[in-house]
Write a protein that binds this ligand. Sequence first.
Ligand code: ZN
Length: 140
Amino acid sequence: MTIDKQVIEILCRQAVDMRSKSYAPYSDFLVGCALLTEDGKVYSGCNIENSAFGPSMCAERTAIFKAVSEGHKEFAAIAIAGGKKDGELQYCAPCGVCRQVMREFCKPSFKIYLAKSAEDYKEFTLEELLPESFGPDNLK
Ligand code: ZN
């Protein structure tokens, strides 16, 4: 899957737009994301909080689990957009749990875009955000 500037902008824009679907009445921290499969399909996600806190779910895992449940297990990139409801967007990095879930399905070169807008983003690889990681290969 080729990831050119236009694809990155589409993913970042969708990540920002998905914040409108976020259910975050406790933190007011809205997160949206857009996950690109290796065969070019995009799955979106948002964070979904819960009054018991433990059952809350991050945007990234929402998108990854949606995609896996639809038969996709190979991913090329994800764009993530997050920030307080009435504040400016941050370069919102995935939490440790989401990084580990990415490690299950994604190559070390998997691209992670932390988006403030379609044009303003930081680019990382999974390997950069989760160095010296434990993954499926360790159990072979
Ligand atoms: Zn997370």
